[in-house]
Write a protein that binds this ligand. Structure first.
Ligand code: NAD
Length: 315
């Protein structure tokens, strides 16, 4: 009999990682959750604290402070380790610091015999997803970045608020870099089958309001970091959503950082696009037919990422 259960290893139990662990336990997503961090004391404390909530959880999760050796039997490794954005810093400023950290982490994970899926959240997430793909040697569909999953969620929340409709009924994507050059795909944004582009011709809605909504999405991290130093709850919930899509083989469409191989006119780059996610990772990238201006903005986003990534990862 095969007694294998789902095991997720979380590397990095800082603000994002520990919020993810808390959300995982509350939603009962996996049978085993292993916590790994350089800061052993903090991580051990988190394991104890989370275990003490088990009597109130919807299902049982076995949680322990572990090591990279535990990755051998892991289905999913979630990477939240590394430096975060300081006030005034862009996500791209973090690239050198976090690439170095990731090289050693991924090498240790791979030497355990890990053969599952990587989910990357650390910033700059698109570049680090590429780095994990390169360092691990795994097939591209098994390295997934959280990409614009959070930006898309913010977008859906603000649009839902504006049009007074449940954000779960808003279908709209933010694509491109998880950062300053991301863009909204207005040409494919709809609510319950009604195109948002058409809805704004009605007099109670305006183009300017929609532009402001997008600006607030793009700059959300800066606004939150200014107020409370870091962002973590939203991304943690997004990572749980992705974890579910993977472990439960959902074939869900989510905006993730995926490796492009000709899609959207680009090659050999990880960037935020809608993709179908299941137990094997990324089943397929959903290629939207972008309007000319959207395509130009997407191309610009790719270019900005390449400029930062190439000297570090392709030198
Ligand atoms: P944090 O400083 O609170 O936590 C980082 C953790 O990584 C710490 O516990 C630290 O001990 C650990 N760590 C550092 N080096 C390590 C190593 N070599 N091995 C193991 N553990 C190591 O930071 P945070 O606020 O949790 O943010 C983590 C990352 O997530 C940052 O890069 C941040 O920018 C990113 N982030 C991404 C999104 C997104 O949408 N993808 C959103 C928010 C934050």
């Amino acid at each position: 009999m095969n007694n294998r259960v789902n095991r997720v290893v979380l590397v990095g139990t800082g603000l994002v990682g520990s919020s993810y662990a808390f959300a995982m336990v509350n939603q009962g997503v996996t049978a085993e959750l292993v916590l790994v961090d350089l800061n052993k004391e903090k991580s051990e404390g988190d394991a104890m604290d989370l275990n003490h909530g088990m009597a109130f959880a919807p299902s049982q999760t076995k949680i322990w402070f572990g090591s990279y050796a535990d990755c051998q039997d892991a289905d999913l490794v979630v990477l939240c380790a590394g430096a975060n954005q300081k006030p005034g810093e862009t996500r791209l400023d973090l690239v050198e610091k976090n690439t170095k950290i990731f090289k050693s982490i991924v090498e240790e994970i791979m030497s355990s015999g890990f053969d599952g899926i990587f989910l990357v959240a650390t910033n700059p997430v698109d570049i680090l997803s590429y780095a994990v793909w390169k360092f691990s040697g795994l097939p591209k569909e098994r390295v997934i970045g959280s990409g614009t999953i959070l930006d898309t969620a913010r977008f859906r929340f603000l649009l839902g608020d504006y049009f007074k409709v449940d954000s779960r009924n808003v279908h709209a994507y933010i694509i491109g870099e998880h950062g300053d050059t991301e863009l909204p795909v207005w040409s494919h944004a709809d609510i319950g089958g009604k195109s948002i582009a058409k809805m704004i011709n009605q007099k109670q809605y305006s183009h300017d309001d929609l532009e402001e909504i997008f600006t607030n999405v793009r700059d959300a991290a800066y606004h939150i970091i200014k107020r409370k130093g870091a962002t973590y709850y939203g991304i943690a919930m997004g990572l749980v959503r992705l974890t579910k899509a993977i472990l439960q083989d959902e074939n869900s469409i989510l905006t993730v950082s995926a490796h492009l191989n000709g899609e959207y006119g680009h090659d050999d780059i990880y960037i935020g696009v809608p993709a179908i996610v299941n137990r094997n990772g990324i089943r397929e990238i959903v290629e939207l037919s972008l309007e000319k201006e959207e395509q130009q903005k997407f191309d610009h986003s790719v270019e900005v990422l390449r400029k930062v990534m190439d000297p570090v990862l392709k030198a």
